[in-house]
Design a protein around this ligand. Sequence first.
Ligand code: PLZ
Length: 457
Amino acid sequence: MTTTANEITYRLEQKRRVQADFPGPKSVALTERRKAVVAAGVASSVPVYVADADGGIIHDVDGNSFIDLGSGIAVTSVGASDPAVVGAVKEAVEHFTHTCFMVTPYEGYVAVAEQLNKLTPGTHEKRTVLFNSGAEAVENAIKVARLATGRDAVVAFDHAYHGRTNLTMALTAKAMPYKTNFGPFAPEVYRMPMSYPFREENPQITGAEAAKRAITAIEKQIGGDQVAAIIIEPIQGEGGFIVPAEGFLPALSAWAKEKGIVFIADEVQSGFCRTGEWFAVDHEGIVPDIITMAKGIAGGMPLSAITGRADLLDAVHPGGLGGTYGGNPVACAAALASIGSMQEYDLSARAKHIEELSFGKLRELAAALPGGAEGSVIGDIRGRGAMLAIELVQAGSKEPNPELTKAVAAACLKEGVIILTCGTYGNVIRLLPPLVISDELLLDGLEVLATAIRANA
Ligand code: PLZ
């Protein structure tokens, strides 16, 4: 048992250990079994099968242990087997696994709604609906916005990711692998230019100017009074951990308010302490009309939510929103426990601490690479809290370097560190450690990453 400064205790030893014959025989055998039965369209980035996971460590079926810098894509912020979550799930599941909230309701759903209405930005009257996946939350936020405004058009942005269902594919920007040959896509979705500081033609452009650029395009191409909703990830996730220039989001949300457009913050990836605040919009004091949540919300159990202005959500006729499993009682119990752990361990503070440690290491690394801080293969270091990224380029340019990105992720894995990549150009390494990871383990993971970049640069 090891303990960090803030008294998080771990069930599994927090240490990486990879054998030479990785992936081991049991994982190789499972990969063979899988090939015969699981559709090829579902791909896994790591070729080992999990036996156990806790804190910042994942054990595989062959006895290897990996440092987890991905949290199952930003889900297990409280760890993959947080004792509070596990206890709450066991307690709930012994009573009932499901009744369907639309048939015979239960308290857990109401309690989660109370929590979300409290934790999301703004002191206005709010309402919440629970679903299963991030995509489902996004779909429903758009349904509500269209019904409440009586308008059709929806604005999304370059590099956006909102899901894999038909409407959310339409909202998602990147064709391969998410959209190619899966059309036709839902209509009335318009894509507008994002604020992407590292890739702006004019690097001096301010957030307000970038917002103006998008607003002008909306006005000219759609007309503000035709737009039901603007949906945006306050920090774009799959698209490359893009943090818009300061002032971009506030200007956009202020304009939306003026035009009666529902401003939807998609916080599926950035929510729940991940960026060092409960929500990423909190960094700029933005109060969205609707906020979509999933991933970190329930410590790994499938749950998603929309929380928003009561007048918008209550505009929907009774029976207009729902789904068989939405707000499953076991998932609700997990969410309450997971939110409790975030508070108990002050995981927003942990996320900020992770940012400090990681930025320090990454900047040191970039400065020491050939080309130095301004001209190495590390083109950009960005992000907030424990949602951090480095964008890899051909040294001395902004030309994306997806080959290096892949090589670095593979080299890290061989050393026992799970690192995820992302980005429109496939050239971004993202760090999404569980917020409960120990400093020691994080620093070990970062050192492995640094070595991999030095060796492959
Ligand atoms: N909105 C902002 O990040 C999910 C997708 C991984 P679901 N991101 C990870 C993949 O390749 O499928 C995501 C997100 C944002 C919506 C979603 C969708 O959430 O729970 O995957 O449906």
